[in-house]
Ligand binder design. Structure first.
Ligand code: ADP
Ligand code: MG
Length: 252
């Protein structure tokens, strides 16, 4: 990770309000190739909004948004639709609540976007999808519909679906917060596996020990700002800011 590499994704001086409420005050964050960034912080601090802005689900009011060589928002002004569509193919997104298509088989869920959006060859996509499902420990579940799977299996299918687009970066918003502890572990394990393969990732999580294990950098957000950031040994073990200390103390 040399510093002269272009970041895979970057936000620069991003601001976002909902009505009168300033949710993102002035956020700058650049994620380098192969880097794993964990975003932690109290509820309501703006973590999901930041992820939604970075994944173009929400428009920023001001600031720049870049994906490698693509600049999608400059001072909050978005480029054309073609550019946005190109940018959207560069990242994968996994939410708390899986969001699989309920009436599609697991295999079709994974194949849908590569075939319909990326217009890739169906045979090649199917092979890729089956391999990703195998990697997620889901072999034998290809023809089931999502409701026949456990929450942990559905979340792993969601991860396979996001990976099927060959993203340059994966975003996760509290991927295990809807899961029981034993199902959480299997999802965290596959995310760790991706980290070991140098997948670039931005992960909002309240799992502190997971964040410590997986992340190259921890970002602590509160009140719409990045309060502090750095390696886990710094932010989790030796936080500089009182707000970080208070949050971690409360988390136990
Ligand atoms: P976090 O993910 O850190 O818990 P969020 O980004 O979800 O924080 O929320 C930050 C703040 O923005 C909260 O006060 C929340 O109520 C508000 N907020 C988030 N989304 C919306 C929305 N679509 N409309 C209005 N307010 C919102
Ligand atoms: Mg959230």
């Amino acid at each position: 990770m040399s510093s002269n590499q272009n970041p895979v994704v970057a936000v620069d001086h991003v601001q976002k309000s909902f009505g009168e409420v300033k949710v993102l005050r002035d956020i700058s964050l650049a994620v380098n190739p192969g880097e794993v960034v964990a975003i932690i912080g109290p509820s309501g601090g703006g973590k999901s909004t930041l992820l939604r802005c970075m994944t173009l689900l929400e428009r920023v009011d001001a600031g720049d948004l870049t994906y490698g060589d693509l600049t999608c928002a400059k001072d909050g002004t978005y480029g054309d639709k073609v550019l946005l569509a190109q940018a959207r193919q560069r990242f994968g997104l996994v939410f708390q609540n899986y969001n699989l298509f309920p009436h599609f088989s697991v295999l079709r869920n994974v194949m849908d976007a590569p075939v319909c959006v990326q217009k890739r060859d169906r045979t090649e996509v199917e092979e890729h999808a089956r391999a990703l499902l195998a990697k997620m420990g889901l072999t034998g579940n290809e023809d089931k519909v999502p409701c026949q799977l456990s929450g942990g299996q559905q979340q792993r299918a969601s991860i396979a679906r996001a990976l099927a687009m060959n993203p340059q970066v994966m975003f996760f918003d509290e991927p295990t917060s809807a899961l029981d502890p034993e199902l959480t572990a299997e999802v965290l394990k596959v995310i760790k596996g991706l980290a070991a393969e140098n997948m670039t990732m931005v992960i909002v999580t309240h799992e502190m020990s997971f964040a410590r294990d997986v992340a190259d950098r921890i970002v602590f957000m509160d009140g719409g700002v990045i309060v502090e950031q750095g390696p886990a040994e710094q932010v989790i073990d030796h936080p500089r800011e009182e707000r970080t200390r208070a949050f971690l103390a409360q988390r136990g």
